[in-house]
Design a protein around this ligand. Structure first.
Ligand SMILES: C[S@@+](CC[C@H](N)C(=O)[O-])C[C@H]1O[C@@H](n2cnc3c(N)ncnc32)[C@H](O)[C@@H]1O
Length: 230
């Protein structure tokens, strides 16, 4: 069993997700107390995929995050570098064009997607700025990005309780439900080390994205950042 360190070495991250693939979705539901489903609905609204649009779901894992876009009639490409996650996804959604690829060197031509999105993935990428630049490269001018990622709860007392929940409760609960509980120690640590709402917005701007805005979900436990490629 493996867990990645905060250096986020690509091989370690991919192996860690290979290990959790089979139970990944059910563990998410349990640990988030069902909030994951609500967050996915909000991501779908923000992406607002239309029939026949091309949508890239980067770091798609098992492609559970891709389903809301696919249901609108958009052509959705789930891309990930964990073959274990892709295999699990392919078993469930055989018709989808699963693509193996690294976020920092995307295997797509320039300006091919109407929308690009990444849910709970950017935080795991060793060089997240390179991933944001790559996402921009493959987006058509006028196209949009939606990033869904853990963030900072805005209400101070809740933030304290949440951080206690994360750091103390998550690993023991994960031990009961996950095939690789150590991966959830990494999850807690990587959330703590990740920039807050403003910090991620600044990072997106630095990578060339325009009109960056965000919205908090569940009091800021998660934030949706949106922007366009001008
Ligand atoms: C927490 S999962 C999220 C999966 C899915 N988006 C969801 O919302 O359920 C993070 C995913 O990011 C992928 N990932 C991490 N770094 C990556 C990279 N550099 N390139 C491609 N995928 C990456 C992992 O393999 C993993 O499947």
């Amino acid at each position: 069993m493996t867990r990645a360190s905060l250096d986020k070495k690509p091989q370690e991250v991919a192996t860690m997700f290979d290990d959790v693939a089979a139970k990944y979705d059910v563990t998410n539901d349990v640990l988030s107390l069902g909030q994951t489903r609500l967050w996915r609905k909000e991501v779908a609204k923000a992406v607002d995929a239309r029939p026949a649009e091309r949508v890239l779901d980067l770091a798609a894992g098992t492609a559970t995050s891709s389903q809301p876009f696919a249901r609108t009639g958009a052509y959705v490409v789930p891309c990930d570098f964990s073959l274990g996650m892709l295999r699990e996804g392919k078993r469930r959604y055989a018709w989808m064009p699963f693509t193996a690829g690294d976020a920092t060197r995307l295997p797509f031509a320039d300006e091919v997607f109407d929308a690009v999105t990444i849910s709970f993935g950017l935080r795991n990428v060793e060089d997240s700025e390179q991933a944001l630049r790559e996402l921009r490269r493959v987006t058509k001018p006028g196209g949009r990005i939606v990033v869904c990622e853990f963030s900072d709860p805005v209400f101070g007392p809740f933030r304290t309780v949440y951080q206690e929940y994360l750091m103390r409760a998550l690993p023991p609960v994960a031990r009961a439900v996950s095939s690789n509980p150590d991966a959830y120690v990494y999850l807690a640590e990587s959330i703590r080390a990740w920039p807050n709402q403003r910090g991620l917005a600044a990072r997106m701007k630095r990578c060339g994205w325009s009109r960056v805005a965000w919205r908090n979900l569940t009091g800021g436990v998660v934030a949706l950042h949106r922007a366009v490629r001008e």
